[in-house]
Ligand binder design. Structure first.
Ligand code: AP5
Ligand code: MG
Length: 216
């Protein structure tokens, strides 16, 4: 049976950081909707340019565009054994669309780690984040420092600060999360897949808690 895991939680809580840990432990692809939009922008595609008009304001990209983009990603053969989804779904319409897409593979959402932390923690994490230009590896100037400032430990590419990590945009992203994404907590609770994770702990402790749930 394929294994599909949906990382749920506010901006900056550590979805991407922990998704990479799970993807390597479980040998599954890490599918980050935000990373796919950013790659499209870098490649200058029409979809990337359209997505950027929403991302730069901290708003969600419309459901139809986002769902079509994820559907296309699922058409690649590496997803048929499962995937770690990060940043998708984030509206009820996307969650319903995901269930339909997975049914095609005879799969379903198996586990939804819901990672939480207070707003002041999220703001400190996002405003100190450094992201790798080549593949989106994630660092933090205090909590997860690269060995050499400005350079990715994994592939040596340049580290940059995301445009949407400015404090005004971060505050907007948290509001949008509260309005549009929190209904998914009840959605997955009612499916019996939600597990609550304390995201205010150090990175390794969050990973340990996640892996202990997975082994159950
Ligand atoms: P997206 O890229 O998904 O951003 P997000 O959800 O706002 O989440 P982030 O990536 O900012 O945070 P994260 O939880 O991954 O934290 P990270 O691990 O990096 O989306 C961006 C935009 O794209 C959206 O605003 C929207 O416009 C669009 N979009 C994307 N998906 C969409 C969708 N489905 N529908 C519509 N629009 C969509 O960690 C943050 C920092 O904290 C890092 O520096 C990290 O090193 C550090 N850190 C992590 N964990 C810890 C810890 N435990 N202790 C200390 N530091 C930590
Ligand atoms: Mg992320």
């Amino acid at each position: 049976m394929p294994t599909y895991i949906v990382m749920l939680g506010p901006p900056g809580v550590g979805k991407g950081t922990q998704a990479k840990v799970l993807a390597s432990q479980l040998e599954l692809p890490h599918i980050s909707s935000g990373d796919i939009f950013r790659e499209n922008l870098k490649d200058g595609t029409e979809m990337g340019k359209l997505a950027q008009t929403y991302m730069s304001k901290g708003e969600l990209v419309p459901d139809d565009v986002t769902i079509a983009m994820i559907r296309e990603r699922f058409e690649r053969p590496d997803c048929k054994n499962g995937a770690i989804l990060d940043g998708f779904p984030r509206t009820p319409a996307q969650a319903v669309a995901l269930d339909k897409m997975l049914a095609v593979f005879g799969g379903k959402v198996n586990m939804v780690p819901f990672i939480m932390a207070p707003d002041e923690v999220l703001i400190e994490r996002l405003t100190g984040r450094w992201t790798c230009r080549a593949s989106g590896h994630i660092f933090h100037e205090k909590f997860n420092q690269p060995r050499q400032a400005g350079k990715c430990d994994i592939d040596g590419s340049e580290l940059y600060q995301r445009e949407d990590d400015k404090v005004e945009t971060v505050v907007k992203r948290i509001q949008v999360y509260l309005q549009q994404t929190t209904p998914l907590i009840e959605f997955y609770k009612s499916q019996g897949t939600l597990v609550e994770i304390n995201g205010a702990q150090p990175i390794d402790e969050v990973s340990a808690q996640l892996l202990s749930f997975l082994n159950k």
